[in-house]
Design a protein around this ligand. Sequence first.
Ligand code: SRM
Ligand code: SF4
Length: 588
Amino acid sequence: MEPHQDPAPKLSKVEALKEASKYLKVQVEEALAADGTHMSEDAASILKFHGSYQQDDRDTRTRLKKERKEKAFQFMVRVRMPGGLMTAAQYLVCDELATTLGNGALRITTRQEFQIHGVLKQHLKPTIKRINEALMSTLAACGDVERNVLFCPAPTCDPLHQAMHDDALAWASHAAPRSSSYWDLWLDGKKIESLPPAGPARVHTTADDPVEPIYGKTYLPRKFKTAFAFPDDNCTDVHANDLGFLAIVEQGRITGYNVLVGGGLGTTPSAQKTFPFLAVPLCFAPRGEILDVGEAVLKVFRDFGNRSDRKRARLKYIIHDWGLPAFRAKIEDYLGRVLEDPRPVRVRDVDDHLGWCAQGDGKFYLGLPIENGRIKDAGPARLLSGLRAFFQKYNVRGRLTCQQSILLADLEPAWKPEIEAWMREYGIAGVDDVSTVRRWSMACPALPTCGLAVTEAERALPGVIDRLESALATIGLANERLTVRMTGCPNGCARPYNSDIGLVGRGAHINSDGTPGPGKYTIFLGGRTQGDRLNAPFLDYVPYDDIVRRLTPVLERFKAERDHGESFGDFCARLGNIALGGDPELQD
Ligand code: SRM
Ligand code: SF4
């Protein structure tokens, strides 16, 4: 279909709010000046652009309602960290804020950021201010803008990692909002840049705005996500992003990138117009042209994305509705030149960067698995205290991965015994202490913080993994690499739709005391660990306690019938979910 716009679409409410915010300011300024524990929905909508979500503690919701009290309002603050990079000092600031003004835990996200939950309204400003003083930011960690830019966090000293680091940071700067509202609201007008200043727009169109030349007054129709990846290490899950840069490596250096477009996983099962989609190759761009091509993609999304129906306001729907050739023609139109065809390259593998790894400069980095990204003290496992002690002692860099783990960089070989003693002292698990299936699993936060959660995820997945570990050991698959990803609703925050086994919250379960229980899940099978194939629904509304029982026969068949070297996801995709005992009604 040719590109077209609905002649007179009724704009969604958020569009009017963005316009009225005067570049992201008015409603938040008023809300911060007012008393009270929370802000209006309108102000909370604009607050997202500043990196914070208004939430409430859902564990106490039913009780408080019965007692006719207001919800336990609190805010989640997301710290933007391109590539998950941080210094020891920055880690310690996040730890201090989580401990003093948050709920006592830090949460590594699937997009290489920290989230601090449980911040009260009166503590929002000191929290965000402190983050900026440590040369980090929360600007655009959420909202209808380019989000945190992902790239390989491995601190490997080679020209490839350095080139990707430079390119990704250049893009992150270029795509950052330019309005000064952020500094006015949180830093009393004192500008602190955590990224290099953005510079002028490069792809000029008549719609360019003097304050926000890329975004304009109403920013993007919806969130927009970018990742950089290597074909032999897709650790950023590049295909799940609106915009992907897949490195083309020739004679030991990155000459450019295959530009991928249209990835996005959010879906509403009751609305057929929504679906998960993996990014497809658009073109090849030499290194020097990625800012132009990226900006053209952002601007086409800005100008043609759906601003009346937020459920359909992602780049993937433009590409689906127009077709890739028409989309590519529009990008060429914005750029004023013809694009080169993509190179015949696809992702081949993923490295989670865990364990001791040589950096290439005589030093090592240590990748620690953090179950579901939650850094907290729990009984003998004192991860929060342990990492604090580590960064107080060693002034080295840290990195966050898209698998919700942390890398400790720049370690001298001679430090290994004392670091291993530190891990024992604080009960911190190394990669050899966790099973393969736990290592490759992820869950989103879901209850009690996420306002959209239907079921548990982060608090429920460890129990599923316990049972899966024993099933896999019995079947003889204990060392099999397969990704298990659970979310508390179909929005896909832990990227369940391209994993080997996806568990997506579908039906709420209410305990006798009125609190929500683990719930029922849709099981998806047949994705790929490499992240470049969607899985398909296998069974729907499976009660939490039945998940592993329903998976066991499929795992047994895999063990008995797999082709040589075949992965679990490939096996499921080859046989199809109906042949594996799946519900035929769920298949298209
Ligand atoms: Fe997400 C909304 C958590 C990565 C798709 N996501 C939310 C909110 C903010 C709920 C809300 O809107 O009120 C969740 C906050 C929960 C909490 O209490 O912390 C939330 N999303 C997360 C995180 C923390 C999950 C995690 O386990 O780490 C991830 C934060 C990443 C970051 O640092 O920015 C997170 N979210 C993702 C991803 C994965 C990715 O980007 O690689 C996706 C799928 C990819 C995509 O965007 O399509 C994702 N989140 C969504 C959606 C569905 C969007 C859509 O197009 O339909 C929503 C709902 C929405 O935006 O309305 C959402
Ligand atoms: Fe919340 Fe759903 Fe995202 Fe989980 S997948 S964090 S429940 S929006």
